[in-house]
Write a protein that binds this ligand. Structure first.
Ligand SMILES: Cc1ncc(COP(=O)(O)O)c(C=O)c1O
Length: 456
């Protein structure tokens, strides 16, 4: 009860702030998307009205969703209708600072004018042709990805799980290719506890969480999990088994925001080299500027044979990528893999714009500065709070580990105009804002989390 009262008092203090600024910031939905600014210029005050009940229109839509959708998602009770910069608005016009970014997808925020132009120009020129034909944006994007990475070759898919599925197939095909006389080439994989690589049957087999895997068994056999960070264990497993590839996230996202060490990744590189196994970096969540490096592995100067990407690359359109070396690509022949939609001109033109905007020294160094500022703010404001065990992360992927489930905090933050995610076993707050977020918005985020946490 006391706990509810203090939450209410926080909510009312934020409400006072919101009421005074409400008229200024709640614009009708007709603002032209192409005229919106990214959010680091004069951010508007947050105007969350936490007292507002869920409106009949929102309730009706949520009910309709329940009646038509397969129940795979435990959704948050908010119907989001539009977004500008780092803010999103629900059906009732309530404003939220978006520290979730569609799960680390909207790196340029919502409605970035260059991204909107790339999408609309390409949509009115040529949206889709299939991979039966060549198309200009696909080749241009592949060239750019190769220019700015370790890779020599690119394969496009539509999502992170599909990129990993392709990497699984490429790894096995590579092993067949280099063991032409063997009837039993290496087909097994090593992955790590707390990993998340996706939900298709191959990628799921590499994902450690038991509750995701168990209902669908038998899934792909031949995967062994090791402790994240333990090179000696991987070295032993690789000797005991016939391993095609080791899959690792240089920074585990879903697993709870755990960064690798240089020693760990260097160790994996040499274990794989010695055994002839491939090293696959899954940068679906941590890649493309999120850590302040274009690729998360650049922080360690350790390079993989295959890297998978997805989430932020096309600014909210579905894309996945496998980047690899000529050595691996030479094992792949026409018909070995493919996709109808993957790498279509619309998605690739959007992705070219996102990649070009993120891949500049000043953009990336800003991500580092903002990430450090956010961690400093959180550490300062939450100092002494007994629920906070650790604040960690790199760049703008930040985790706050609690000694309790984070769900109640997430709800309180949402009611106060802040969207955040959880990770790990539900006890880690995950902050993955648009990379264009402003310092003022980060301050708002830290204030709301601190105040809501104080009320738990
Ligand atoms: C590291 C990692 N790999 C793969 C995936 C799966 O990506 P998708 O949801 O696009 O299939 C995710 C999704 O969260 C991820 O974080």
């Amino acid at each position: 009860m006391a706990h509810l009262q203090s939450l209410n008092s926080i909510q009312s203090s934020l409400l006072i702030q919101s009421k005074s600024s409400k008229r200024l910031s709640l614009k009708p939905h007709t603002a032209k998307i192409s005229s919106c600014l990214v959010s680091d210029v004069n951010p508007k005050p947050i105007t969350a009205d936490n007292s507002a009940p869920v409106s009949p229109a929102s309730k009706e839509l949520m009910e309709a969703d329940k009646n038509v959708m397969v129940g795979t998602y435990a959704r948050t009770p908010v119907v989001l209708e539009r977004g500008i910069g780092c803010k999103v608005y629900d059906l009732d016009g309530k404003e939220y600072l978006d520290m979730a970014s569609g799960i680390a997808v909207n790196s340029l925020g919502h409605g970035d004018p260059d991204w909107v132009k790339a999408v609309t120009d390409q949509a009115s020129t040529l949206a889709h042709v299939s991979n039966v034909f060549y198309s200009i944006p696909q080749v241009r994007l592949a060239q750019r990805l190769i220019e700015c990475s370790f890779a020599d070759r690119v394969f496009f898919s539509n999502s992170g799980t599909e990129a990993n599925e392709a990497a699984i197939k490429f790894s096995r095909k590579y092993q067949r290719h280099i063991h032409p006389d063997s009837t039993d080439p290496p087909t097994e994989f090593i992955a790590f506890f707390n990993s998340f690589h996706g939900r298709t049957v191959g990628a799921l087999a590499l994902t450690s969480k038991e509750q995701y895997r168990a209902p669908f068994e038998p899934i792909m056999p031949g995967v062994t999990f090791a402790k994240y960070g333990n090179v000696a264990e991987v070295a032993r497993l690789v000797k005991e088994r016939s391993v095609a590839a080791v899959f690792v996230e240089p920074l585990q996202g879903e697993g709870g925001i755990h960064s690798a060490t240089e020693e760990f990744l260097l160790g994996l590189r040499s274990v794989c080299d010695e055994a002839g196994a491939l090293l696959v970096f899954d940068e679906v969540q941590c890649g493309l500027g999120r850590t302040g490096h274009l690729w998360a592995h650049e922080a360690y100067s350790v390079y993989p044979d295959i890297m998978t990407l997805a989430k932020p690359l096309a600014g909210g359109l579905p894309i996945g990528v496998v980047l690899t070396t000529q050595k691996v690509a030479s094992a792949i022949n026409p018909g070995d893999h493919g996709s109808t939609f993957a790498g279509n001109p619309l998605v690739c033109n959007a992705a070219l714009t996102v990649l070009n905007k993120i891949n500049t020294p000043s953009f990336l160094s800003d991500v580092v500065k903002k990430g450090n500022y956010l961690k400093e703010l959180l550490a300062k404001k939450m100092k002494g709070n007994t629920h906070v065990k650790e604040i960690r992360g790199m760049g703008l992927i930040v985790g706050i580990e609690l000694d309790m489930p984070a769900a109640e905090l997430v709800d309180a933050c949402r009611k106060n105009g802040l969207l955040i995610l959880t990770a790990g076993k539900g006890n880690v707050v995950r902050l993955v804002p648009p990379l264009v977020i402003s310092m003022e918005e980060l301050e708002f985020c830290a204030d709301v989390i601190t105040k809501c946490l104080g009320a738990l």
